[in-house]
Structures are given as structure tokens and as C-alpha cells.
Ligand binder design. Structure first.
Ligand code: FNU
Length: 231
């Protein structure tokens, strides 16, 4: 089945919705729809746990921006696909799952054909490379083979974004987009990942905890894009 991704492979900001207050999430979704820049929304577990899948539907009703459900799915194939199916059914365009759980789990979720699949290759925190660091190259090759739509690489380690995105982009036809958390609250600066080959920088606290989240999102977008030069 050929499906068109709603998440375009071009530089942008994916705003992490980890606030625990549903009305403020809906408000920010509405505001971001009118914001200047390329934005997507990522709904994390702290927000999801407030109401369950309904919050995905409520955000869906509030905006046309792409919505990613960040459940970091990591279970057996049947359960992983079930979680993904519920998230897509509620209105998510994409789900985030772990790659380390294995090719069988990734295939099961991809084969649903209900939306994008984004796999976590390497995380932003130091412990991510403590045990699994050596597997990132292997995981990228496997995800490319399976045909996932997007991957997660850490803005906190720009040199890894550069090296690992190079593996993906070695295949010049690659449509796989890269999303990179770690901006501000975890120490990276806007643009650190994008200049190294990432497409979306994921930003949570620096936006939703700021006084004017829409303005902060637009400002971070401008800062990241300006580092590409001449845009
Ligand atoms: P902020 N996130 C992350 N690191 O931070 N999905 C990863 O390696 C990863 C993620 C998410 O620090 C995290 O769950 F795979 O407040 C949170 O939603 O800007 C967001 O990215 C970062 O939030």
C-alpha cells in the first residue's frame, strides 16, 4: 500500500506536548496551527495519561498539524501493534516505537499500514549509549530495510546525528525523516541537530513551560532555520 506521510521531510520543530493540563494542550495546538513555521505535535505519556487516547482525538480536533504519539512502544509484536492501532484510531499520524525490540515488532507495526512509524535509534540521555551505543548503526540499517518512516537521533550528540544520518542518507532516495530531541532543557541549542542532517528538532519544556509558548516555538524555529544559512 502506498500512503503519503503527513510529516514532510523538511526542517521544522516538533513540539513535545508533555504538559499535564489538557486545556493548555488544546490551546497550544490551536495556536500552533496559526504559527509561522513548519510545526508538528508530539503527544507524550504524561499528557496521554491524563485522559487516555481521548486527548489524541481532542488535539486532532484542534489542529491540522501532524500528530505523533510518543508511546515509545516496546512490547511483543501483538501488543505493540495493538497500542499503535489505538493511537492511529484516535487520530495520530505517527507512532514512536523502540527499534531495539527487534525487526519482528517493527514489521508488525509497519504492516498495520495505518500511519507513520518512527523508531528510536539512540536516545538523548547518557545512559542510552551505556549498553546499547554500539548497536545504533545496526539498528539504522535494519530500520531502513524494513522501511520505517522516521527515526529518532539525539540533538545532545550532534556528531552522532551527523554520522548516523549519513548512513541513512547514503541511500540518496531515502525519504526517512529524522527527529531530534534535546534542545534547551537537555542542553542542545536550536539548530544543532538540523545542521547535522536532522529534519525536526523536538522541543518540549522550552516551549510549553514558557510564558508565551507560541512565540517561543516561532522563535526556536527561526533560530534553528537561520543556522542553515540564507533561509
Ligand atoms: P524536552 N525524547 C527525548 N529523548 O527527550 N522521544 C529521546 O531520546 C527520545 C524522546 C522526548 O526535554 C521526551 O520524551 F527518544 O522537555 C520529551 O517528550 O524538550 C521530548 O523528547 C523532550 O522534551
Amino acid at each position: 500500500m502506498i500512503e503519503t506521510s503527513r510529516i514532510e521531510k523538511r526542517p521544522g520543530i516538533m513540539v513535545a506536548f508533555d504538559m499535564e493540563d489538557v486545556p493548555s494542550a488544546i490551546r497550544l495546538a490551536e495556536e500552533l496551527s496559526a504559527a509561522d513555521g513548519n510545526f508538528a505535535i508530539k503527544i507524550g505519556r504524561p499528557l496521554e495519561m491524563q485522559t487516555g487516547k481521548e486527548v489524541i482525538s481532542k488535539v486532532r480536533d484542534a489542529t491540522d498539524l501532524p500528530i505523533v504519539y510518543d508511546g515509545k512502544i516496546a512490547d511483543i509484536p501483538y501488543i505493540s501493534a495493538k497500542i499503535a492501532e489505538i493511537a492511529y484510531g484516535a487520530g495520530a499520524d505517527a507512532v514512536i516505537m523502540h527499534a531495539f525490540v527487534g525487526a519482528d515488532v517493527m514489521r508488525e507495526v509497519v504492516n498495520l499500514g495505518m500511519g507513520d512509524v518512527i523508531t528510536v535509534i539512540e536516545m538523548t540521555h547518557p545512559g542510552s549509549v551505556e549498553y546499547l551505543g554500539h548497536f545504533s548503526e545496526k539498528l539504522i540499517r535494519k530500520t531502513s530495510e524494513i522501511g520505517v518512516d522516521g527515526i529518532v537521533l539525539p540533538a545532545t550528540r550532534p556528531e552522532r546525528v551527523s554520522a548516523l544520518s549519513g548512513l541513512l542518507n547514503g541511500d540518496s532516495d531515502s525519504e526517512t525523516y529524522i527527529i531530534s530531541p534535546g534542545i534547551h532543557a537537555q542542553g542542545a541549542e536550536p539548530g544543532d541537530a538540523i545542521v547535522n542532517g536532522s529534519d525536526y528538532e523536538v522541543v518540549g519544556r522550552a516551549i510549553y513551560q514558557s510564558e508565551d509558548p507560541k512565540e517561543s516555538a516561532e522563535q526556536i524555529y527561526r533560530q534553528a532555520i537561520s543556522r542553515l544559512g540564507g533561509v
